[in-house]
Design a protein around this ligand. Structure first.
Ligand code: S3P
Length: 169
């Protein structure tokens, strides 16, 4: 089966949808943030604080390059900033079918309201931060995607079902 690649903003549901897909097709889940944290032996917050965002972005690109060598199929849950780099958008497309999980600001705010692990969201005015980032990033997510899946007001089962029906087409 072809690889399923999930992209989208923080809190768009990539990890939850990946788990639901795994329950249905038993494909391995790979989460780029978890892979980086494991390999570096430090949290995302620590990588941003000690090494800077560019260093983290380089690790994300390395991660995609490593995955392009992988033989068995997988479900890839990516960090929200992964598609921002043009090089990463090309690498993602080569890895498999790319699904952009699209969520609006209210949905995202609700999902990340207790979050302390995402350095880019530790802002006094989270709503404006999200709105500004979505304005810049949405065209890039759309450029990277083969399919756009609107997630607002939908259950994880519905979203995973839509992805599976696209893959089985
Ligand atoms: C980021 C998203 C995070 C993580 C890092 C940066 C971003 O991943 O990679 O905090 O730039 O959007 P999630 O989308 O899994 O939260």
């Amino acid at each position: 089966m072809e690889n399923i690649i999930l992209i989208g903003y923080m809190g768009s549901g990539k990890s939850t949808v990946a788990r639901e897909l795994h329950q249905r097709n038993n494909m391995e889940i790979i989460d780029t943030d978890s892979k980086i944290v494991k390999e570096q032996g430090k949290s995302i917050n620590e990588i941003f604080a000690q090494d800077g965002e560019t260093a983290f972005r380089d690790l994300e690109t390395d991660c995609l390059k490593q995955l392009s060598e992988k033989k068995d199929s997988f479900i890839l849950s990516t960090g929200g900033g992964m598609p921002v780099r043009e090089e990463n958008r090309a690498l993602l497309k080569n890895l498999g079918t790319v699904f952009f999980l699209k969520a609006d600001t209210d949905t995202i705010l609700e999902r990340v309201k207790h979050d302390t692990a995402r350095p880019l969201l530790q802002d006094e005015d989270r709503r404006s931060k999200i709105e500004t980032m979505l304005m810049t990033r949405t065209p890039l997510y759309e450029a990277a995607a083969d399919y756009i899946i609107v997630t607002d007001g939908r259950t994880v089962e519905e979203i995973a079902g839509e992805i599976i029906s696209v893959i089985n087409r």
